[in-house]
Design a protein around this ligand. Sequence first.
Ligand SMILES: Cc1ncc(COP(=O)(O)O)c(C=O)c1O
Length: 375
Amino acid sequence: MAHFAHARVDLDAIADNARLLRERAGGTPLMGVVKADGYGHGMLPAARAVLAGGATWLGTAFIHEALALREAGITAPVLAWIVPPGEPVAAAIGADIDLGVSDRAILDEIVEAARHLGRTARVQLKADTGLNRGGVGPADWPQLVEAAARAEDAGHVRVSGLWSHFACADEPGHPSIARQLSAFHEALETADKVGLTPEVRHIANSAGLLTLPEARFDLVRGGIASYGLIPIPGYTVSGIRPAMTLRSRVALAKRVPADSGVSYGHRYVTERETTLALVPLGYGDGVPRAATNKGPVLLGGRRRTIAGTVCMDQFVVDVGDDPVRAGDDAILFGDPSTDPGVPTAEDWAEILDTIPYEIVTRVGARVPREYVGGA
Ligand SMILES: Cc1ncc(COP(=O)(O)O)c(C=O)c1O
């Protein structure tokens, strides 16, 4: 290992996970969600891996992400769903990128760009069915679909998709799920009445595709589960495996006496004479500072806990009298089936009261990604 640390990304795991998700979704076509640098795994390798695993669509948040896919020669259908005013919609239309429409003003901007280019823009209208984030709510939906139908008749847009997003799919049985599904059906009916004929209707994310057969429609959007992480605490899916392992090495190990305060603020104090191991990864690399005295690490063959404050570039682990030396492996999270005893990103999320998405996406640019598989 040339670097002080690396995030090893198993591309076969991503491809196999995509394959499993398609099976779990009863063969419904899968959109691999690769926004935010492929949830920290690297957008282009992740995109190629999910496509190899049978995904037929890709999803990004922003146009610049979708354009990067095109620039890399990826020709699969791509939806970019956050389109604030002033985004490069003309470039997106030219690159055959489907654009999410969450607002009437954006539709107008896209129509104008398409008219100017003399091309037909592909748009996917987003219904806000209760998340109250992006999307057009029930009061404005009829006008939006009418305006889109007129623009389609004029040849400026093709309404390729109608879609929505769940608020609480990761809490199976949550009453909002049924309400959102019913609101989505209503939105689809309204669109049908004005003559829209979308190629794809979709609402399910990973949690939805795993637990809600009634939410599959024509496409499911699988993000986190493609990376081998399950968004529903306590829910397991056999065969799904984490793709990322965050590994470093002990930079130095030294004996200190009892009652030694460790790291900034002396938030950890040794109980007896002990060995402290320094791991050169910190919040500058995405290890949350909130992992102070909490973060789990597999080091010297045992699972241990970070001792004291996580610094920008390093943290300390108290290894007692174990024979830990500089150069020994320190694994923060990974796949317990390949590294027995290793914490998972889900473990980190639970301990830090967050979600595994945040653990993997925040692994910093300073940490090189090392790819295996994907031949
Ligand atoms: C609109 C939308 N669809 C799908 C996804 C994928 O969700 P998940 O990673 O839970 O599968 C996301 C991710 O946040 C999203 O914002």
